[in-house]
Design a binder for this molecule. Sequence first.
Ligand SMILES: Cc1cc2nc3c(=O)[nH]c(=O)nc-3n(C[C@H](O)[C@H](O)[C@H](O)COP(=O)(O)OP(=O)(O)OC[C@H]3O[C@@H](n4cnc5c(N)ncnc54)[C@H](O)[C@@H]3O)c2cc1C
Length: 399
Amino acid sequence: MEPVAVIGAGPFGLSTAAHLRARGIPVRVFGEPMVSWRAHMPEGMLLKSTPAASNIDAPQPGHNLVDYCDAAGIRRLVTDEDIVPVETFVAYGEWFRQKLVPDLERVRVVSVDRRGSGGFELKLDSGELFTARAVVVATGLSGLAHLPPELASAAPDGPTPTGPVSHSSQLHDLSRFSGKELIVVGAGQSALETAALAAEAGAQVRVVARGKGSVAFGAPPWTQPRLRPESPFGRAWSLWALSYYPHPYRHLPPQARHFLVRRVLGPLGAWWLRERFEGKVQVSEVSRIVRSGSAGGHPALAVQTLDGRVEELSADHVVAATGYRVDLAAMDFLGHELRTELAVSRGTPKLGAGFRSSVPGLYFTGLPAAASYGPVMRFVCGTEFASPRLVRHLVGARG
Ligand SMILES: Cc1cc2nc3c(=O)[nH]c(=O)nc-3n(C[C@H](O)[C@H](O)[C@H](O)COP(=O)(O)OP(=O)(O)OC[C@H]3O[C@@H](n4cnc5c(N)ncnc54)[C@H](O)[C@@H]3O)c2cc1C
């Protein structure tokens, strides 16, 4: 039988592959295991998600983060007050892969095209061509780093760690900014944690964030309201519904879906980051960045202050911690014809039941599925909802 191809070896790809293998479905899995976490997040980062929300879903018990801690002989990470270091999470993902997806192929998929007789033809960067009866796209954050246009003019050749402007996904070792002045643009956990880590490494850091009160931190677990239901993201009815009942999400009007993906679980620092940030990092809350460029060989930003003045800020380097945008156009491994055939909504694939796209046999999971199944798909805990459902649909579709 032709295999199913899973493109991606982050939490979503590994989880989907484990579920397919458990069903006895032939599967080929491609990608660099846990590369987003290993290479595109800062060294020394701590996960914002709690241990309970950091499990990669498996078809059989014994593969949660706490099981990894036991197997590795390290302190168990269980309560909401336990904080997960990124290095532990990477090692957990690698352990999960060795146990459940041992035959992963560390190869890039260069192209996916539909075959006239049904199924797909894939080309690998090893030069191999092969056919698959179905394809699951689990490429996560890869290639989707977003640089807002107002920062693009300071980086005419695109963001790079050695140029005037980088994207946060390009920085792993922040110690290189020791003794330097750094501007970090953004107000999400990635911006605030990058700023704190760079300050701890000896940089002089300023966060530039849009809107009054935009730099804020969550409440510690022991102060969460007890009468609201628990969810992986804290106690609130809205978070509980989005976490455990994402089914109806794709039936909401498109405006509501796109709005919720951006706003729910939006920019907010983790509760434990506050004391490492406040007093160590300068903050400029502005109404907007008017333009960017360079001054005396350094990147410079003109910002409109909250009271309407225009101020110039400059530093040795600017980090755009401005997140990720799903855009099918950036998934250039999907053949042109396939991309034009796919039903999309604001650049994201429109998904139906079981995470299927409008092209039979083509599935999307993880971040590209967030516009259809809600913000929980942006996080590791989304694997619990996504993987069993996607695989159930795929198996059923086998006929
Ligand atoms: C700074 C930061 C902190 C975060 N912290 C948390 C957190 O605390 N908790 C949480 O739940 N989420 C967190 N997230 C979100 C988290 O990154 C995603 O939930 C998760 O990584 C998505 O997993 P994924 O498997 O979809 O994709 P990724 O982990 O991005 O993996 C993508 C995979 O696709 C592969 N790939 C891409 N293109 C190809 C190709 N053409 N051929 C073959 N393989 C390919 C890559 O090699 C890789 O294996 C954070 C994100 C960032 C940026």
